[in-house]
Every structure is written in C-alpha cells, then in structure tokens.
Ligand binder design. Structure first.
Ligand code: 3BY
Ligand code: FES
Ligand code: FE
Length: 403
C-alpha cells in the first residue's frame, strides 16, 4: 500500500471531536506524508529580519528534508537558499547563525556570492559554466519582521496571511526589535502533539504555576465564534480605540488566527508578579494594559505580543517522534540588558512553561503510540483549540491527497 493510501486510511478513522488515531503521531510513513503534504508545501516561519541586519549575516534551519540558509545580500535583500552545495552537496553554511563576505563551501571551497551566484570553483576546467551552478533559491516572504520560507516549487499565496496579520502586528513595533534571548529545546513527541498542547489551557491548572500568574484561559483563543462576552468586548473596544486591532480573525481554512486576550487582573506581562519585565515599551498605543495579542500560523509558529516584549515560537519536525521548538524573547532594540530588563526575570515564566509542556508532550507521545491507545473525546468547552488544529490537519491532508 502506498504511503498516501495508508495515511488516508488513518485519517478516515478519525472520529469527529476526538484526538487523532495513534498512527498519525507515530507511524514513519505518515510522518513522510506530513512532510510531503504540509512541511514541504506550506510557508514555514524561519526567523526575524532583525536577526539579519547586516549584509552577509545568515541563519540556517532544517525544513523536513531540506536544509535552508536565509542570507542578507549586499543589496540589502533577504534570500532563502537550499543549503546544499551544487558541487557534491555539502552544506555550505554550517552555523545556526553566522556572517560571511562570501558563502564558501567547506568541502572544496566553491565560493558563492551572497545572492547565490557561483563565483569560484577550482580545478573545474575551461568548459565549466559557473552560471549553471548557483545555489538553488527557495521562496522567501517577509511580513512585519517575520521571515517565512517555502520549499515547494509553487508556493501558496502568501497575501491573505500578509493582509490579515499586518494591521495586528504593525502597531507592536516588531520592526524595532532585537532578540533578547533565544532557547531551543527538542521535545520527544510528534509535531502535532506540540501544537495540540499549545492550543489548550485545560492542562494549565495542573502544570503551569508560573504562567498562571498572568495568563488566563480565554475561550476566544480557540477561534470558534461564540458571540461576544461583554467584558471581552469592552477590552477589545478599548484596545481598538487606541489603534490596536483585537477582535478575532481566523483564516477560512483554519490555518491562522489572530486575537487579543486580556491577562489576569493587574497583570500586564508574563512575569512572576505580572509586572512588565522590560522598562521600554514596544507599542505606541499609550494604553498600559493591552493584554496579549496571540497569533498562530500552522504548522510552524505561535506568538504572543505584550506591551513590554513579544515572544515568537517556531516548531520544526525532526522525526515522527521528535520536534524542535525555538523560542525568542523580543524587546525594543534600544532596551539594554541589565539596565532596562533582566534576562532571568524576562525568560523565567516561558522557560518553565516550555519545559512543563515538553514533559506533557513526551508523556503523550508515549501513550498515543501504544497499540492499546484509543483516541478519547475532546471537551466541548476547554478543548476547541486542539480540536480545531486536528480538523485543520485532517482537512488539509485530505485535500492535498485529493479526496
Ligand atoms: O493558543 C495559545 O496561543 C495559548 C497560549 C498558551 C496556551 N494557549 C491556549
Ligand atoms: Fe561544495 Fe565540493 S561539495 S565544494
Ligand atoms: Fe502548556
């Protein structure tokens, strides 16, 4: 049986408003299909423009089977390349983050310009046509500091996402940011478990004492319209009057969602006491308590924007049971560590939360890959988020597999 038919069979077994059949989390053939239909086709969050300020700065990432380098050119343009040398395939850029005047392959020193052109290749003889061996480009799109990469030959239309996200993020001043701290962890669980877990706070009470000082579960987070509660509507009105779009926007496909939520009473930031961690603000609204703007874009990112800092999360699959999660704490570029913020204070809550979530995901991976596992029902009130994610995943896979 082909991978595709096998995957379709498991998709068909999914019961409405239940978790996914265990094979969808653990089977290596399903994982191949996840890569082929989703990770190798969709726009994937790679990093931020302000990580690549100067010409020659680059970062690398692995999107499924594809090693990628994103590079700032001498012309100021950002480009994504397949990070595989056109000679014998070695990775050309070898650091996670680096800077180079030219991209020199470590193997036989073929040398590429920052725009990918092959400039030098020794011992290749007079008939060798350098023009044919430039680095292969990948699609690259930028919106409000967010760099997305797509490795498909034909990238999906980026514009609907750009249109939706721009008015929400623009007032948060992401273009004036820097990374105050970055942390990567490997979770021994399927990428879908990582996202399902992020989409609910049913587990928060028992697992996230630090986060609960400031974060309160809000049902608008799920992205399933249920009328406006008066308190939430008043909060949204206040923020929108100050120029901060807030009311929920969700893609028709369910792939991305934006919404602003209030934090716990008296909390304005994700800190132990709920007070700001950074003395410089990011936004220019002049409103002290703007809650948290949340946005996700499946399959690779979720984000929180607060008054004093922002957090971006990047999800990348490493195998059927392994996922890389990279978190970046973003602050105003003029904020100084040790003066305007303290790194430990800034990062404490989400470092703890990520670690707690990692354990939950790892325990779940173990259970859902047991032959005895049968998917259970989602709560109608507390688990609309993960259910929405599973619906998006199943719909997307079925559509791409053409049924
Ligand atoms: O959907 C979200 O982004 C939030 C963040 C924390 C828990 N989750 C419900
Ligand atoms: Fe890159 Fe040989 S593999 S120069
Ligand atoms: Fe959690």
């Amino acid at each position: 049986m082909s991978n595709q038919n096998k995957t379709l069979g498991f998709l068909q077994q999914r019961e409405a408003r239940h978790g996914l059949p265990g094979e969808l989390y653990g089977d290596p053939d399903v994982y191949r299909e996840d890569l082929a239909q989703i990770w190798h086709k969709e726009w994937i969050f790679a990093g931020h423009t302000f990580e690549l300020e100067k010409p020659g700065q680059y970062f690398t990432l692995q999107i499924g089977d594809y090693p990628i380098a994103v590079v700032r050119g001498t012309d100021g343009e950002l480009r994504a390349f397949h990070n595989a040398c056109r000679h014998r395939g070695s990775k050309v850029c070898n650091e996670d983050h680096g800077k180079a005047a030219k991209l020199v392959c470590p193997y036989h020193k073929w040398t590429f310009d920052l725009d990918g052109k092959l400039l030098f290749a020794g011992n290749m003889g007079g008939n060798f046509d350098k023009q044919q061996y430039g680095l292969k480009p990948a699609h690259c799109a930028v919106v409000e500091s967010y760099i997305f990469v797509c490795v498909a030959e034909m990238a999906p239309d980026f514009e609907p996402f750009r249109k939706a996200v721009t008015p929400f993020i623009a007032p948060h001043g992401l273009n004036n940011c820097k990374v105050a701290y970055e942390a990567s962890i490997v979770e021994k669980g399927n990428w879908k478990l990582v996202f399902e877990n992020n989409r609910e706070c049913y587990h928060c009470e028992g697992s996230h004492p630090e986060l609960l000082n400031s974060y309160v579960e809000n049902l608008s987070v799920a992205g399933i319209a249920s009328g406006e509660e008066p308190e939430l509507a008043a909060f949204w009105d206040r923020c929108e009057a100050a120029g901060l779009p807030s009311r929920l926007v969700m893609a028709e496909s369910g792939q991305f969602r934006l919404t602003r939520i209030p934090l716990a009473p008296n909390a304005t930031s994700y800190t132990m006491d709920g007070k700001p961690a950074v003395s410089r603000r990011l936004d220019r609204s002049g409103v002290e308590n703007i809650g948290a703007l949340l946005y996700f874009n499946y399959p690779s990112t979720w984000n929180h924007f607060l008054g004093d800092h922002a957090l971006s999360f990047r999800v990348l699959p490493m195998g059927p049971g392994e996922t890389l999660l990279t978190t970046k704490w973003l602050v105003h570029k003029d904020a100084e560590a040790g003066v305007d913020y303290d790194i430990d204070h800034l990062t404490r809550v989400w470092k703890a939360t990520n670690d707690q979530d990692r354990r939950l995901v790892e325990g779940t991976q173990c259970g859902v890959t047991s032959p005895a596992y049968v998917p259970g029902p989602y709560s109608d009130t507390a688990e609309n988020g993960p259910c929405q994610f599973d619906d998006w995943y199943c719909d997307t896979m079925r559509r791409k597999l053409n049924v």
